[in-house]
Design a protein around this ligand. Structure first.
Ligand code: COI
Length: 363
């Protein structure tokens, strides 16, 4: 090991002896498969967070009785850093992600963390592993902060100890469709979340519960499930890996955050841009029937999802109870394209960042 380095917030750095970067095919990036050389770690014990450390990415030990393995007490975030030029990297909206991370922590009975450490951990990881940030348009360094319960105890109660880690991964497009339209289906068999549950937190278990319905949707030829509300089974919620938007006439309709939908950071960015461009913007409850009716009347112009991993993802087909809405299945709609272009232009530093969304890191 090289000598340890201490940063402003006292993050101890233990650099790798040898980089693994030669293992990565930057021309063929699979989402979340390869991980950069370093990771951040901090332990919560005795009612306080301990010393932060950045060390080589590596497997770690846990006992079979570790709380998270049994009760799933864990939260995570997903954010991205973008290559701008050889001296500059942009992290997209880290404060918004950090705030949501803490909201998720509160819901899942996990101790909150400090922004100073979060942002310094991100900056330090990016500086150390800047060569892992892919350069091509459409690629980025995906950043995954997460916290899990680490008590070695089978009692079903909140853990007293937690582990906080941040890992990073060079990524390309999330869906195999890339920026081509994806297909969605509703399900009347399963629900994702209900108000009062954990759906608006980025809780690990929310995703585990969606894997079976997602697998069934995939087997039927759809990319993902379009979730309806758990109570009446008629209001559109989200897709699980992204939020959803409908362009009806000249109005952008986005399902309102009613307590069971994840408040997406890209969702907020799309809404802010639509307002800036003078579109009518409505955040409200919208039923699947209204979407089908709008389509029948020829008013449904576009449907698209938004998310960190998915960015802006056009929807070409929606299946619901034996009926289909078919939109352009070959290429994104004009508005989705405009949102994608503007958001990615800001992320890669090609457009002015009027909203103050990017956090610049000089390398
Ligand atoms: C993200 O968009 O960052 C997500 O967390 C969605 C998914 C990869 C689970």
């Amino acid at each position: 090991m090289m000598n340890e380095i201490i940063t402003n917030t006292n993050i101890t750095i233990e650099p790798v002896e040898q980089s693994r970067i030669h293992e990565v095919d930057f021309n063929n990036l699979v989402f979340g498969r390869k991980f950069s050389d370093h990771m951040f770690e901090m332990e919560f014990q005795g009612d306080k967070w301990g010393a932060p450390v950045i060390k080589p990415y590596a497997p770690f030990k846990m006992t079979p009785a570790t709380n998270v393995l049994h009760y799933g007490q864990a939260v995570f975030e997903g954010m991205k850093a973008y290559y701008v030029d050889e001296n500059t990297i942009h992290i997209f909206r880290p404060k918004a992600h950090y705030e949501r991370f803490n909201n998720s922590c509160r819901r899942m009975c996990i101790p909150e963390t400090e922004y100073e450490i979060f942002i310094e951990a991100l900056e330090t990881l990016i500086k150390l592993d800047h060569q892992w940030i892919p350069k091509r348009s459409g690629t980025a360094l995906y950043i995954r902060p997460f916290i899990f319960a680490s008590d070695d105890l089978l009692a079903a109660r909140s853990s007293d100890t937690f582990t906080y880690q941040i890992i990073t991964s060079p990524v390309g497009a999330y869906y195999s469709e890339g920026f081509n339209p994806v297909s969605l289906t509703t399900t009347d068999e399963y629900v994702r979340a209900v108000k009062g549950g954990t759906g608006e937190a980025k809780a690990a278990g929310n995703y585990a519960g969606s894997f079976l319905p997602a697998k069934k949707a995939k087997a039927e030829g759809y990319t993902q499930v379009l979730w309806l509300d758990a109570k009446e089974h008629k209001y559109i919620e989200e897709v699980g890996t992204m939020n959803i938007h409908f362009l009806i006439g000249d109005t952008l309709v986005t399902p309102a955050l009613t307590g069971s939908i994840l408040p997406g950071v890209t969702r907020r960015s799309v809404i802010a841009l639509a307002k800036e461009w003078g579109l009518n913007v409505e955040e409200r409850r919208i039923t699947i029937d209204e979407v089908f009716e709008a389509h029948e009347k020829g008013e449904l112009k576009e449907v698209f999802g938004s998310g960190t991993a998915a960015v802006v993802s056009p929807v070409g087909l929606i299946h619901h109870k034996g009926k289909n809405i078919e939109l352009d299945r070959e290429k994104p709609g004009e508005f989705a394209q405009k949102c994608f272009d503007k958001i990615t232009d800001i992320q890669y530093g090609r457009a002015e960042d009027k909203f103050g969304w990017v956090h610049k890191v000089s390398i």
